[in-house]
Ligand binder design. Structure first.
Ligand code: BES
Ligand code: MN
Ligand code: ZN
Length: 521
């Protein structure tokens, strides 16, 4: 009775219940745009070129291919122009002409001598970029027959990519008139395109979009929402998400530590595509949706680029989208280790020690070396729960890699000759090149911690990319074939290249797609 009285009194004097202050809105809560990127030109295959189309002719020599859709007068005029321009048909060498016949434009692009799929793709991608402002339909001839026509289509698709959804009042809608790839076996081309390349083009677009998006739009949860949207209705796919409570139960102190300074929760996203039996190949991607450096804050100049620090995660999910949409007979699981690295009163500090899911502890030096920390909990979870036959990591991991290799190559580390050779071969084939770097035994010595099982980095003592690779490898079963790809600097390009317009490149999607298709345990 007394107790009840006391409770009533307390209730009478209690401060009225606060209005709902639980923060459900992060940032301003106002989306910068509700538009989508403008539509791209659809791609079709045919034996002949529409009469009103701007014409692209790919050629391996100054003399144009016999089947180029030109009248004899037009051919003479174009060949004369090529001769006076000193055109040598070098790879991606371009001569653009107007005023010939009824064509709004004629663009001739060199293929070089080797006639590979890569040469055809690049020449088509170059043409796509040169024709960005063209209103007319486009016809592309000279790619070859069948599969080569599909290669040209993929090159055109990659080259015509645009990210313009925020150009709300200043953009002008680019033409959506079709591109006709002209050649002798249009049916075979269509088959190769819809069987594989169209899925790859879509997956690269997906990955580029995620990387180009600012961190105000893409954070762990919205990365997952975009992924769910892209995979909706695709056969053989299952998606698993661990939120912070689930990760805490598993003692994933490493990824949770990185995200603890951000109000946006960390997540582990797993996308599985099962198109065959047997153990999967696991791919783990770094998904830092913004890397400010945390308490070890980065300098201001160039920090904006760190909106692209989730490109490894976009690559593994993108490759899986390409494989699943093209129904490849493979079993693969993509892991996106998602967190935002921010300074805050609750952020991780230099000197902190974290417990990883594996039970091993790590001592933090710079909170800017966060990528390796999110990776290792992702690796532990996928190897413990899925028993993969091989493991591939990909991450925008170190500035040291950029210093060593620029953006011509990604750095390749790992264990197991088979998997490493397969990554190198996939790099050669797709043009998403990798270069082998060593894992010297001294790195173990250099990362010894006084108070924990391992230091997560040295303070500026090189080699930074090697140390990061060693750290990640410390958490990988030595018996497991393991490749580690440091793609720092490959994720965004300051200048347009034939297959990659300026901005996000989608690096890794085609590399991993090819690797998974070709790798045999
Ligand atoms: N995300 C960066 C690495 C990076 C640099 C990616 C340039 C893309 C372009 C990474 O998290 C980082 O900050 N690494 C540090 C590690 C160091 C503190 C041990 C670096 O490389 O400086
Ligand atoms: Mn960092
Ligand atoms: Zn980073």
């Amino acid at each position: 009775m007394r107790l009840l009285l006391a409770a009533t009194c307390l209730a009478a004097f209690a401060v009225p219940a606060a209005p709902a202050l639980a923060q459900t809105v992060f940032g301003s809560g106002v989306a910068a745009s509700s538009a989508r990127n403008s539509a791209e030109r659809p791609i079709v295959f045919a034996a002949t070129a529409p009469a009103d189309a701007a014409l692209v002719i790919l050629t391996a020599e100054q003399a144009l291919p016999a089947d180029a859709p030109l009248t004899s007068d037009e051919r003479r005029a174009v060949e004369q122009a090529l001769a006076s321009a000193g055109f040598a048909a070098k790879p991606n060498e371009t001569v653009a002409l107007r005023g010939i016949g009824a064509r709004p434009r004629i663009i001739v692009v060199g293929l070089g001598q080797d006639g590979t799929a890569k040469a055809v793709m690049e020449a088509a991608g170059k043409a796509a970029q040169d024709l960005r402002g063209e209103k007319a339909p486009v016809a592309l001839a000279g790619a070859g027959a069948g599969a080569r026509m599909a290669d040209a289509a993929l090159g055109y698709a990659l080259g015509q990519y645009r990210f313009d959804r925020y150009k709300v009042t200043t953009g002008s809608a680019p033409s959506t008139a079709p591109v006709t790839i002209v050649g002798s076996d249009a049916a075979a081309a269509q088959l190769a395109w819809s069987g594989r390349h169209a899925a790859t083009a879509e997956a690269v677009r997906f990955s580029r979009d995620l990387t180009n998006e600012p961190a105000s739009t893409i954070y762990p949860d919205s990365f997952i929402a975009r992924t769910r949207e892209a995979f909706a209705g695709v056969a053989g796919v299952s998606i698993e998400v661990l939120d912070e409570a689930a990760m805490r139960k598993l003692n994933m102190g490493s990824i949770l530590g990185v995200g603890q300074g951000s109000p946006r929760g960390s997540r582990l996203l797993l996308v599985t595509y099962k198109g065959s039996d047997g153990a999967p190949l696991a791919m783990v991607g770094k998904g830092i949706t913004f890397d400010s450096g945390g308490i070890s804050l980065k300098p201001g100049a160039g920090m904006w680029r760190m909106k692209g620090d989730m490109a490894g995660a976009a690559a593994v999910v993108g490759a899986t989208l390409s494989l699943a949409k093209s129904k490849a007979p493979v079993h693969v699981v993509a892991v996106a280790a998602l967190a935002e690295n921010m300074p805050d009163g609750n952020a991780q500090r230099p000197g902190d020690v974290v417990r990883t899911m594996s039970g091993k502890t790590a001592e933090i030096f710079s909170t800017d070396a966060e990528g390796r920390m999110v990776m290792v909990d992702g690796i532990e979870y996928v190897t413990a729960t899925r028993k993969p036959a091989a493991l591939v990591n990909i991450a925008t991991l170190t500035g040291a890699k950029v210093t060593a290799l620029g953006d011509e190559y990604a750095g390749l580390f790992g264990r197991g000759a088979g998997i490493l050779a397969a990554v190198e071969a996939a790099g050669e084939k797709t043009g998403e090149a990798v270069w082998r770097l060593p894992l010297h035994p001294n790195y173990a010595e250099e990362l010894k911690s006084d108070i924990a099982d391992i230091k997560h980095s040295t303070e500026g003592v090189p080699p930074g990319a090697g140390h990061a690779a060693h750290f990640v490898g410390f958490f990988v079963d030595p018996a497991l074939p393991w490749a580690h790809i440091d793609m720092a600097g490959n994720e965004m390009s300051d200048s347009a290249k034939p297959l990659t317009p300026k901005g996000a490149t989608g690096y890794g999607v085609r590399l991993l797609d090819e690797l998974v298709r070709s790798w045999k345990p």
